[in-house]
Design a binder for this molecule. Structure first.
Ligand code: G3P
Ligand code: MG
Length: 252
């Protein structure tokens, strides 16, 4: 259950506030700035293609009405995922396939925190498809060989169980907005290596308890450098941030 993060700082949704979220352009920004770790969200299209997407419903990052559960990959590719960001450099960004993100990051040995973000009713299927594709990039001995094996995380326990079924060798983390009273039992039962917890719910005692139990601990989404230092002093292994400009890849 003991887990070591590949890096302490993860760029949230690819590029935080510096690029449209969950796009290849966002991954490029993180890489160009020297980040060794990125977090992104994975959801399925209607025809079971895993793509980088946070919202099950369009309207915020993808213009127009519609839902991921009703949209096929071929139709999604025609949609714009960058114009909302209002920066001409990213005006043509598209919703990328997970395969594209895996290929981009693994070629640069960037660590991926792949958040399985199922659209309603699609927990197990999303996890199976995403975990299988992630596993196709990484041999069972990849971690021992020093490769940055993706860490699968999810708020959905059902998704994590399904991921374990198809790719038991890929590490898994349970996401929580608040640590439940039985967090240790849940982590053990699910075979998770880490807890990913919203930072404002964490205090010194909670951090110490998770670390003493031998689990990894990531705090999200931390955008204040002073808070990041406080969490690290409490034993948090890694943080996920939107503020790539304030909390850089070598932040201490
Ligand atoms: O994985 C940490 C964080 O990304 C979870 O929240 O809503 O930004 O996906 P959200
Ligand atoms: Mg996320």
């Amino acid at each position: 259950m003991s887990y070591s993060y590949f890096t302490r700082i993860y760029a949230h949704r690819g590029g935080g506030t510096l690029a449209p979220e969950n796009t290849v352009q966002a991954l490029q920004v993180a890489h160009q700035m020297g980040f060794q770790g990125v977090e992104f969200d994975v959801m399925l299209t209607a025809d079971d293609e895993p793509v980088l997407m946070h919202d099950a419903e369009f309207g915020r990052t993808v213009f127009g009405a519609g839902q991921m559960n009703d949209t096929r990959w071929a139709d999604l590719q025609r949609k714009n995922a960058g114009a909302w960001f209002k920066d001409p450099r990213y005006a043509g960004a598209r919703v990328p396939h997970l395969d594209h993100a895996l290929s981009y990051c693994s070629a640069r040995n960037m660590h991926m925190n792949v958040e399985i973000k199922p659209a309603p009713g699609r927990d197990a299927r999303t996890a199976e498809v995403a975990a299988r594709l992630c596993a196709s990039y990484f041999r069972e001995d990849a971690d021992a060989a020093g490769m940055a094996v993706p860490l699968l995380s999810s708020f959905s326990a059902a998704a994590l169980a399904a991921a374990a079924g198809v790719a038991p060798h890929l590490p898994r983390a349970q996401l929580w907005r608040e640590l439940p009273a039985d967090w240790a039992e849940q982590l053990a039962a699910a075979g998770c290596v880490a807890a990913h917890v919203r930072h404002d719910h964490l205090d010194e005692a909670r951090c110490a308890a998770v670390k003493q139990a031998g689990y990894g601990l990531l705090a999200y989404t931390v955008n204040d450098p002073r808070r990041a230092r406080e969490l690290m002093a409490w034993g948090v292994d890694a943080i996920c941030t939107d503020r790539l400009d304030l909390i850089g890849p070598r932040f201490r």
